[in-house]
Design a protein around this ligand. Structure first.
Ligand code: ZN
Ligand code: MN
Length: 483
């Protein structure tokens, strides 16, 4: 039996991203998630005979911005094509997509895996319309029926197709995280997998390391979280390696990830492009993108996550993994930068934001914008630690109170009398008191049992209600014991 390490995975991803526009791609219907079924429909998106599509310019604009942000070459001329298939949620019997002349090609995106920077090629970025949604977990009285909601039918999508250079499920996960972050920075989408505004299909094959030829691949659909992408790929890789090892041959197929059984299940044999009977969409003129439009799009791109990570590392000295964690959500990175601008040390701000602020956001399900403490207020708290007014432990408690009641750090420290005891003349009597109250331990220490030092320190901290400056207390205690 050849070990699994003798194989490598060849993974490519196809990501569908719903664009944030007011109306759909080819009609004036609202592009909005979460409304009652079938309220956003018209003859165009219902595929009525004779209805004609009209291209939504702002969808094109978002798609061009996405393409240039991914370093793609935007084609000056691209065109739509009809992709035919039959499914109840596709009333026209075809999807208007792009085929032989896509909007943009040949881009790349950097992502970070552990401490390494990787770059994955982007084969193409094209525009297409979304299909409607089949609803199977229906309403009372419709248990044996499939229902259809066409609100989503005609919603603008960009499809982003990566090259097949990913070699592990973890790399796929890291790439998707970087892509989602980039799309959110561009503000072209909500990029929510729960709401289906970011959807991912993964295709994967395996081959013996060193082989150049590709084996038949499996396409996995229905991956509605990044976690499932990673799990499904792992499962599929193991399965394919197992089959090859058992001497079975692989066939190209399309599978679904079944989250209940934690496995991929066969859906159908994979269709070939010819099955879709592509042909140019006769009802729409080609899309023409001039140099000026590309300039404008380039000018509208904010600093993107990859560049921001580099900057946090090179100018603020943060470790790469920390920078990547801070930058993923732009609002969190903004808060971090505001904290540094308000006087916090970068390493200290990094620590507080990644550990304490982000933990609070996770626990409460808050977005950064819902965090009630502003960056300058948190900077004030960190300042109080830096100058020794309070200890780090006290500062953590103060932050909890700031979150709960919205008061400033200074006010809480004063009102609750939390100031650290940092002057020798204030702390010395307390140390004296502890020494006198614990004659046995003092004697033991002097007899060489130095481990009682920790106990005595604990007594000082208790007696001061946690307010003793630890370094000063240690100095005074040591002096007292050595007298
Ligand atoms: Zn419509
Ligand atoms: Mn597609």
């Amino acid at each position: 039996m050849i070990p699994a390490e003798a194989y490598e995975a060849v993974i490519g991803l196809e990501i569908h991203v719903q664009l944030k526009t007011r109306s759909k791609l080819f009609c004036a219907c609202r592009n909005r998630f979460g409304d009652p079924p079938n309220v956003h429909t018209c003859p165009v998106c219902l595929g009525m005979p004779g209805a004609l599509p009209v291209l939504n310019g702002s969808a094109v604009h978002h798609a061009v911005r996405t393409a240039v942000a991914l370093g793609c070459r935007v084609n000056h001329r691209s065109r739509f094509a009809r992709k035919h298939y039959f499914y109840p949620d596709l009333p026209k019997g075809y999807q208007i997509s792009q085929y032989d002349q896509p909007l943009a090609e040949h881009g790349e995106l950097s992502f970070y895996l552990a401490e390494d920077r990787h770059t994955l090629g982007i084969e193409r970025v094209h525009l297409e319309e979304d299909a409607g949604k089949s609803v199977h977990d229906g309403l009372p009285g419709t248990e044996n029926s499939a229902l259809v909601d066409l609100n989503r039918c005609g919603v603008p999508l960009v499809e982003i197709v990566s090259t097949h250079e990913l070699r592990s499920p973890d790399a796929a996960h890291a790439f998707l995280t970087a892509l989602r972050s980039t799309l959110r920075y561009l503000d072209v989408t909500d990029a929510s997998m729960q709401e289906g505004s970011l959807r991912c299909d993964a295709n994967v094959s395996v081959r013996r390391c060193g082989e150049a030829e590709l084996n038949p691949k499996t396409e996995i659909k229905n991956l509605n979280s990044f976690r499932f992408v990673r799990r499904a790929l792992r499962f599929e890789i193991d399965e394919q390696v197992g089959m090859l090892e058992a001497g079975q041959s692989l066939v190209p197929c399309t599978k679904l990830w079944d989250e209940r059984s934690n496995r991929t299940v066969a859906m159908r044999s994979k269709e070939e492009a010819q099955d879709y009977r592509y042909f140019p969409e006769p009802d729409l003129v080609p899309i023409q993108i001039g140099a000026a439009e590309i300039e404008t799009a380039l000018g509208s791109i904010p600093e993107l996550p990859a560049a921001r990570i580099e900057r946090f590392v090179s100018t603020l000295g943060l470790p790469l993994a920390d920078a990547a964690a801070l930058v993923e959500d732009g609002a969190i990175a903004d808060f971090f930068e505001a904290l540094v601008a308000a006087g916090a040390e970068p390493s200290e701000a990094d620590n507080w934001v990644r550990v304490r602020v982000m933990r609070c956001l996770n626990e409460r399900g808050w977005r950064m914008s819902e965090f009630p403490v502003l960056a300058p207020q948190l900077a004030e708290l960190l300042q109080a630690v830096r100058v020794g007014t309070i200890s780090v432990a006290t500062a953590e408690e103060v932050l909890v109170k700031m979150i709960a009641n919205g008061q400033t750090a200074e006010r809480i420290i004063e009102d609750e009398n939390l100031r650290q005891i940092s002057r020798a003349e204030d702390l010395a009597p307390l140390v004296e008191h502890v020494l006198r109250a614990n004659p046995d331990e003092v004697a033991a220490f002097r007899a060489g049992r130095h481990q009682v030092f920790g106990f005595l320190m604990g007594e000082i901290m208790n007696a001061s209600q946690g307010k003793a400056n630890p370094e000063l207390a240690e100095t005074l205690l040591r002096a007292g014991l050595e007298k």
